[in-house]
Every structure is written in C-alpha cells, then in structure tokens.
Design a protein around this ligand. Structure first.
Ligand code: GDP
Length: 540
C-alpha cells in the first residue's frame, strides 16, 4: 500500500476536489413509522443497489430482515445501529447514513448528524409533524445542516398539501418551498407537478403503480396542457396551489436553502416508489457536497488537504458471528486507501487501516479507496471513540461531539462478585462506544458506577450486551435523579453538601451534578448564585 504523501500534487488535488464535489452525504430524520426504512429501500431500488424493495429491511412482510442485528431490535422492531448505504446515482456517489429509529437513542442520531452534509426530513402526510421530527429538526438546525422535506404516504388519505406546509412554517419556522406538488389529493396520488420559475408548472410526471410497490414505478412525462386534459381538476388544483405558493414567496432559493432558512419539498409515496427518483434528483442537484470543516483551532480543513476523518459512531456486537468492534469514520479530507497508516489524534498512536468496510444491515463490503463525505467502518479499532480524529501528515484535530444532557440515571453492578473483572472490562468498552455515559465518584466506587442516559432503552442495551457479549448478569437500580448540570471542582464541594444533589465525574473528565428534580435545582440556583451550573447540550 502506498503511504500518504506530505503535500498532494495538483493533479491529485484536482481529482480529490472532483471526487468530493460528486458526493452527497445525508441522513433521514423522521419520527418512527414515517417510512424511513421504506424510503431507504426505495432509494436503493432506484440506484439499482437492490433489485426488489424489501431486500434490506424486509418491512411489510416482504423478504427477510437484514438490519435487525440484535435480539432487542427484533423484539422492539426498532433499529439501534447506524450504518451507511453507498450507491452511485448518475455521476454522483450518494452516502445515506442510517439513524436509529427510537428517540431514546437521540444521542446516536446527533452523532450521525455531525457526519452528514444534508438531512431529509421525512413526514407522514396524515400525521404531520411529530415530536421526534421536531426534535431532530432542531438538531439539524443547530448543526447548520440544510434540510430537504419529503412528505410521505401521499397514497393514503391525509391533510391538504398546503396545510402541511403551514404547519412547517408555524411550528419550526422554516419556509417550505415545494419543487413538486402532488396531482391528486392524499389517497389519490396520480403524479407530480414540477414547479418552475415563479411557480409555473413545467411538466407533469405521472406514475403507474407496480405490484406491491416492489419495483420502480414507471413514469410518463406530459406538458402542462396535456396534463390539464388528462387529469382535469386534479391538475388545475395543483397548478393553482403552485401559483399561491409563489405569491407567498415560497419558491426555491439555493442560497436560502443552504443557509437553513428554506426547505425544498417533495411529495412522495415511498411504498409505491412515487417521487423517489425526484428525491434523488434533488439530492444530486441541490444538496451540498462535502465542505471544509473547522478544526479545534478554528482553521478550516479543506477537502483537498491530506487525509483526515472524524469517528462518529462505534459499534460492537453488530454481528455475533464476528465478535468485532467497528468504528465508523466520516472522511473530512484527502483520499483514504485501505492499509494506510494514520494517526489517532487523541493518543498520537499510529493506526493501521488494514480492515476497512462499508456496512449496511448485514452486508459488509471491503473498501479500498474512499473520499471526503464517505463513511468507512474500521474493524477492531479499540482505541477509537465518537468524536475522535484520524489524520495523516501534520496533526489536525476536530472538535469533540458534545454529549446530550442525560435524564435517566441508574447504578449497575455485576450480580455475582466473581464477575467483577469482566464487568469492569465490559463497562469500559460500552463507555468508550458511547452506549451510555458513565459517572463515578469516590463514595460509590467502581463496582457500581452510575449510568446516565438520554432514554431508558439505552440501559436495556447495556444489560443485554453485558449478558450476551460478556456473560455478566447485572443488576440495574434506578436513581431518583432527573436532571444534570455541568459544574467545576470549586462548586462541586458545596453542591455535594446539598440535599437531593450528588456530584460525579464523567469519563471525559466533565464534572456533573445530578439533581432530584427541577425545584431542587431552581432552589440552589437562587440561593447560591455563585455556583457554576451549566446546561448540557440539547437537554432540559
Ligand atoms: P420507519 O419506522 O420510519 O422506518 O417506517 P417504515 O419504513 O417501517 O414504515 C412504517 C409503516 O408505514 C410500514 O407499515 C410501511 O409499510 C408503511 N409505509 C411506509 N411508507 C409508506 C407509504 O409511502 N405509503 C403507505 N401507505 N405506507 C407506507
């Protein structure tokens, strides 16, 4: 394998720039059941990665499931793992990074959103905006990620098209700018009207259903005149809606979209494969390619700089047949070649990338080369944790990924003393993966650390994996704390003396004070205003 060059010659740099420019890396954010798995399959179907919808997730009684890697996922019907699907579409390389389906794992989703350049916000046409959509949208906004909105399930009865858009304006303050409007009311989805300059319809795309939506829906293209003749009122209504939107200033504007003020909208049915090609087209044409990223010193790392990457996800036990631990990196700059030796910024140690994979569901494919925007899984990368940086050449380090504010707390211990050593080892591993946050203090000791989670299901993952991977039976006891604040060593002493408060050190060194309830916290803030009590990211 060739070793990384210190400064890329310009021909390489040109090629790198071209490779980066043709990449689109995005995640789908949605409330459970909005159709994320179905849409993922539909996109893969259009990109010809799979020949029949149902091959990946096996929802809706189609073929066997591939992404349900853990018993718990099967039992709950949720997806805990995040993986990436890469496919070529036209001249573009598209990376779809999967996010966990349940809100208890929103910290994982947050990490995924640090690794993408755009998000598709998927909304169920009948249900409109749901709590998880709103929460995830907020995260996308905080990260400055442009959002494309897909209104799904238009084949089912639901709200009026413009009503849904009003909800987006009112509840999230984002201006929706439809690129396509549905022809036919919800439940009678015939096709899409393509909006041009000032809302003028430029064409009608008519879709034909296929059996069970298992294959691509054939498209026929008509002029607006032909469409009016063919579809009558359904077309006239869509054309009128398009004009109304223009009058309200809801036309696509690339700059406003990239700045996060507006969101292009597409109406679709992931199940019938209606509008799916239009989603891909929009990603290719409008979603931003990988851009430079700020390092800890505030310098921009250009995509054409020597190789660098950020770890955003660590996952062990994905496949019981391979007892391995995968660290997923998002490439920020340069070319990745399997086998190259990179440096782990946090330890300064070299890391050999002999085993590099893309992972989607149970599919694993070896990666030989990858470029900015790509997601690569590194096998048995024990030292790597979410937020870490890998680089070649001169040292670069990207800012850590902020932790969420935990809201659930419990102690965990091995049920029998003879398993203590194994328990500690397992705890360290789960901690470094970021499965839960681990808190310790002298009073409690190491035998029963406190686990802090955003959602209680994270505890289930810990106890299930303790049992299945490490053969340790554990006892989990919930603690009566509801809130956490970051504090410092100086304030910690005073806080420890308060009733309903306990102070801990998290593995990353942060000192956290836990409070029994918000009244206790408010009281302390009022009575002792000099104490340091900072809000953690994205919490209450
Ligand atoms: P996820 O939880 O967001 O991954 O949602 P799924 O993809 O599992 O979909 C949830 C349910 O909605 C399943 O029963 C799907 O078959 C169904 N579904 C998904 N997309 C559509 C659609 O476009 N139309 C209809 N009618 N049902 C859909």
């Amino acid at each position: 394998m060739s070793s990384p060059t210190a400064s890329a010659p310009s021909a390489t740099s040109g090629r790198l720039a071209d490779e980066a420019a043709r990449r689109r890396t995005f995640a789908v954010i949605s409330h459970p059941d909005a159709g994320k798995s179905t849409l993922t399959e539909a996109l893969a179907l259009h990109a010809k990665v799979i020949s029949e919808a149902g091959a990946i997730h096996g929802k809706a009684g189609r073929k066997s499931t591939v992404s349900d890697w853990m018993e718990m996922e099967k039992a709950r019907g949720i997806s805990v793992s995040s993986t990436a699907l890469q496919f070529e579409y036209g001249d573009c390389v598209i990376n779809l990074v999967d996010t966990p389906g349940h809100s208890d794992f929103s910290e994982d989703t947050y990490r995924v959103l640090t690794a993408v350049d755009a998000a598709v916000m998927l909304i169920d046409a009948a249900k409109g905006l749901e709590p998880q959509t709103l929460k995830l949208f907020q995260v996308a906004r905080d990260r400055g990620i442009p959002v494309i909105t897909v209104i799904n399930k238009w084949d089912r009865p639901g709200q009026a098209p413009l009503e849904l858009l009003d909800e987006i304006v009112d509840r999230i303050g984002l201006t929706p700018t439809p690129l396509f409007l549905p022809v036919g009311i919800a439940g009678d989805f015939r096709g899409l009207l393509r909006r041009g300059e000032e809302g003028a319809a430029t064409e009608y795309i008519h879709f034909t259903r296929t059996a069970g939506g298992a294959t691509i829906a054939p498209e026929e293209h008509y002029t607006p005149e032909q469409a009016a003749e063919r579809e009558g009122d359904a077309w006239t209504n869509a054309a009128e809606e398009s004009e109304l939107l223009s009058a309200a200033g809801q036309d696509h504007d690339q700059e406003l979209f990239l700045a996060g003020h507006t969101s292009p909208v597409i109406y679709a049915s992931a199940m019938l494969n209606f509008g799916v090609r239009q989603i891909l087209e929009t990603l290719v044409e409008l979603a931003p390619p990988p851009r430079s990223r700020k390092d800890v010193n505030g310098n921009e790392r250009e995509t054409t700089a020597p190789f660098s990457a950020v770890i955003f996800k660590v996952q062990a036990g994905m496949d019981t047949a391979h007892r391995d631990r995968l660290a997923f990196m998002r490439i920020v700059s340069g070319e990745f070649e399997r086998g190259m030796v990179v440096t782990h910024a946090q330890t300064g140690r070299p890391f050999a990338t002999k085993y590099a994979l893309t992972v989607f569901g149970r599919e694993r494919t070896t990666v030989d080369t990858a470029y900015p925007g790509d997601v690569v899984g590194l096998v048995n990368a024990t030292a790597l944790a979410p937020g870490h940086t890998l680089f070649v050449d001169k040292k670069v380090e990207f800012p850590p990924i902020p932790s969420f504010a935990p809201e659930h707390f419990a102690t965990l211990r091995a049920k029998t003393a003879d398993k203590y050593k194994q328990f500690r080892k397992a705890m360290d591993q789960l901690d470094s993966e970021g499965v839960v946050q681990v808190l310790r203090n002298d009073a409690r000791g190491d035998a029963s650390p406190v686990l802090a989670a955003v959602g209680p299901m994270q505890f289930e993952v810990v106890t299930a994996r303790m049992q299945s991977e490490f053969n340790v039976e554990t006892q989990l006891d919930f603690l009566p704390f509801q809130l956490a604040r970051r504090t410092d060593a100086e304030s910690a002493e005073e806080l420890s003396r308060q009733r309903g408060v306990e102070v801990f050190t998290r593995t990353d060194g942060a000192i956290l004070a836990l409070f029994s309830d918000k009244w206790r916290l408010q009281y302390i803030v009022k009575e002792m205003p000099k104490l340091t009590l900072e809000l953690l990211v994205a919490g209450t």
